[in-house]
Design a binder for this molecule. Structure first.
Ligand code: BV8
Ligand code: ZN
Length: 261
């Protein structure tokens, strides 16, 4: 098995259908692309408005927050508004239905939205945290948003972060920033699922951020079938992988029909 730019499987063939039908443990590993059809910008999408001058990975750091808390908090409040206004799309619903068909199924997401949960699947492994669980930057105590959807202009603005009731520290987003460690137990559960699964779907991710991007490699090393779903060919895939070119919202319901109906 070797890295290849031209994968040998590019359609849902009988070999893949058989691997899926006989699987005992399936893993769905998702990135921002699975939420794209819900209207949530991906990390690759250019930033807009006030944040157009920044790459997302420059804003998603503790240093950026400490340097300009209102700029970073405003960005996350705008993103939280987009998520609260969004609905799960057919990809989220197909994943939730498909997980019911296997003795063991694990959803590992890099996303910080709650669209997988709202599509009806619980105990999602959030490797990079959640927009909905802010906490104090200083003492770590949790903070609860009110039930209002923030009203943030698409051109962006600075928003002063709230203060901690306990220590008056700044409230920060409940996400994992670049340079921060992932939640150890969640990461270990994800590694274990990848190492034990029979099929791993890697859906809507550019696969450049580590250690999350290790998941397909761990599964492949354990002889799982690896299925990439992306409108663009994904770099760094292997000749035995399946590369299904298309939108997750189209391909996952199609795969469900072709394999199970
Ligand atoms: C860490 C939360 C230890 C915040 C995010 C090697 C080992 C360990 C660490 C490193 C390493 N090498 C480098 C590092 C450091 C760094 C890293 O990986 N850097 C990269 C840039 C090289 N990693 C870290 O810092 C991690 N921490 O390792 O801790 C440590 C501690 C101290 C010092 C060193 C190490 C923490 C990383 C977590 C960062 N937080 N998110 C927030 O959301 O604001 S990452 C963020 O970007 C996402 O969560 C995601 O993980 C990542 C990439 O985004 P994707 O989900 O892939 O989305 P993207 O936009 O890139 O791509 C979308 C894809 O969808 C595209 O392919 C597109 O074609 C496709 N698509 C579009 N439409 C559709 C579609 N697909 C299907 N259907 C569609 N309709
Ligand atoms: Zn505090």
């Amino acid at each position: 098995m070797s890295q290849a730019s031209i994968p040998s499987h590019t359609v849902i063939d009988e070999a893949l259908s058989q691997r899926i039908r006989t699987a005992r443990h399936i893993v769905f590993f998702t990135g921002a692309g699975v939420s794209a059809e819900s209207g949530i910008p991906t990390f690759r999408d250019a930033q807009t408005g006030l944040w157009a001058q920044f790459d997302a990975s420059e804003l998603a750091t503790p240093e950026a927050f400490q340097a300009d808390p209102a700029l970073v908090w405003g960005w996350y409040e705008w993103r939280r508004m987009k998520v609260l206004q969004a609905q799960p799309n057919p990809a989220h619903f197909a994943i939730a239905r498909l997980t019911q068909r296997f003795p063991h199924a694990t959803v590992i997401t890099q996303n910080v939205d709650d669209l997988h949960e709202r599509a009806g699947h619980s105990n999602i492994l959030h490797l990079h945290g959640s927009l909905h669980q802010p906490r104090c930057f200083t003492c770590g105590v949790g903070y609860s948003f009110d039930n209002e959807i923030p009203v943030e202009p698409d051109y962006g603005r600075r928003v002063e972060p709230p203060r901690c009731a306990r220590c008056d520290g700044l409230i920060r987003p409940g996400v994992v920033w670049f340079g921060e460690s992932l939640p150890a137990q969640t990461l270990q559960q994800a590694f274990d699922a990848a190492a034990q699964c029979d099929v791993l779907f890697s859906i809507g991710t550019s696969g450049v951020v580590y250690p999350a991007a290790q998941m397909p490699h761990i599964a492949r090393d354990a002889n799982a079938a690896i299925v990439h779903i992306n409108p663009q060919p994904v770099s760094g895939i292997y000749s035995d992988d399946w590369m299904l070119i298309g939108a997750a919202g189209d391909l996952l319901p199609k795969l469900e029909r072709e394999v199970f109906f």
